[in-house]
Design a protein around this ligand. Structure first.
Ligand SMILES: Nc1ncnc2c1ncn2[C@@H]1O[C@H](COP(=O)(O)OP(=O)(O)OP(=O)(O)O)[C@@H](O)[C@H]1O
Ligand SMILES: Nc1ncnc2c1ncn2[C@@H]1O[C@H](COP(=O)(O)OP(=O)(O)OP(=O)(O)O)[C@@H](O)[C@H]1O
Ligand SMILES: [Mg+2]
Ligand SMILES: [Mg+2]
Lengths: 228, 228
């Protein structure tokens, strides 16, 4: 599903350049559950933003479903693919502050052309599955940190994406609530979908089939949990 | 240092009320290291916002350093106490987006009347101690999640507060970087300061002298790590 060769991303910051990714090779077969770990600042979110088509690499090759993303100049085509195929859980949640939890989760369904009734039914179902049945009308400012994180997860899952990209989806959750979210991911994976999850939690990584360890913008090693 | 009796906080949300804290009794002696744990939504941040004088309780008694906070109507007095005595690490970092990391960390020192030279020296020292010597000129949007969290920690520590309140200070950090921050807290505590740290990570709580477990806005139990 994903094929990456020598992928690099350099941020320019005034006169300084920050090489966040220095050349990554990676293949993610369809249906795999891959975890990404690494120290703070090692390039995990940068890689996720490229995989989620929200940012363009500085250089390198990136094929998604056989489509050469690095050659695609057309932003409309990029956002079409993104809206239909990919669910993204942001590290900083990225919820719209003036919309309720329900409206935030409905948003991706608007892009998909769902009817208002269908949207509301599917979004409230998604919020129920992440354990927030009685927070639908709260705006993000009226939610706890972990509740915002779960709204972000619900929004990513509501379109039933074939590729779920989750950037540290359990950092603000206690272990029981975090486990509930991980079980949701397991069931999405069980249906044949592809998951890429960034985490600092080894318990999350233990559920994956492979773990990509990043360090200083490079692949340090690829690990199969249980085999070291 | 902190004495709380029957402290309650109810949010009103349209016609609905949300009882986030339903009556908390707590004593925190000067120099104690207290951890607060509990499920997502159990009222931890709400309690921290009251302890940090950033919000007013709905009812109950709160004495800080012998001063009756619940009776203090004067907001100027509240922010004076806050600026001088308390360092606060926010769960969502709360950094100013248009200021650099250095300027963000300098901010509390402006309230304390430090000179520009002194501010810059102390703020860059604080950023060095959290492991960000070469990110001083980055704005929050140019930092990773864990780097933002560390800037928030540096800003809370730069005034050398006698009371540090940290709301989930390591959620976005890998274990090695997280340990470095916890060692900073240990050294602050070693100097006789009082620490209250909210966490979902049992390893963080293991460093505290007591752990307050919250559930649904009430104290479920008080634990002494190592004694169950
Ligand atoms: N402004 C608000 N209006 C209405 N309800 C609110 C508001 N702020 C918080 N709440 C609710 O109060 C409860 C407690 O929130 P709080 O942020 O204290 O939880 P928490 O223990 O810090 O959770 P987390 O671990 O997820 O950060 C939550 O159920 C939340 O939805
Ligand atoms: N817009 C930007 N401009 C300059 N540097 C940036 C920018 N965004 C990120 N960086 C830098 O690129 C590096 C990688 O950042 P990234 O967010 O990918 O790290 P990360 O592995 O996700 O870290 P964390 O675990 O803390 O979230 C960091 O050192 C960061 O300071
Ligand atoms: Mg990140
Ligand atoms: Mg909280």
């Amino acid at each position: 599903l994903i094929r990456i060769r020598s992928l690099a991303k350099t941020y320019s910051q005034g006169s300084i350049t920050v090489p966040a990714l220095r050349g990554i090779d990676l293949d993610v077969p369809r249906g795999e559950y891959l975890a990404i770990m690494g120290p703070s600042g090692s390039g995990k979110s940068t890689l996720m933003n490229l995989l989620g088509l929200m940012d363009k690499p500085t250089s390198g090759e990136f094929l998604l479903n056989g489509i050469d993303i690095s050659a695609l100049a057309d932003d409309d085509e990029l956002s079409r693919i993104r809206g239909v195929e990919i669910g993204f859980v942001f590290q900083n949640f990225n919820l719209l502050a003036r919309q309720t939890a329900l409206e935030n989760v409905e948003l991706p369904l608007i892009y998909q052309g769902a009817s208002a009734q269908d949207r509301s039914a599917r979004a409230s179902e998604a919020l129920r599955t992440v354990g927030l049945p009685d927070r639908m009308d709260h705006r993000p400012g009226e939610l706890s940190g972990g509740q915002k994180q779960r709204v972000a997860v619900a929004r990513a899952l509501v379109t039933k994406p074939s590729l779920l990209l989750a950037d540290e989806p359990t950092g603000n959750l206690d272990s029981r609530t975090g486990t509930e979210i991980l079980e949701l991911f397991d069931s999405l994976h069980g249906k044949g979908n592809t998951l890429v999850v960034v985490t600092h939690d080894a318990r999350v990584a233990a559920r994956a089939q492979r773990v990509l360890h990043l360090k200083d913008g490079l692949v340090e090693r690829l690990e199969i949990p249980g085999q070291g």
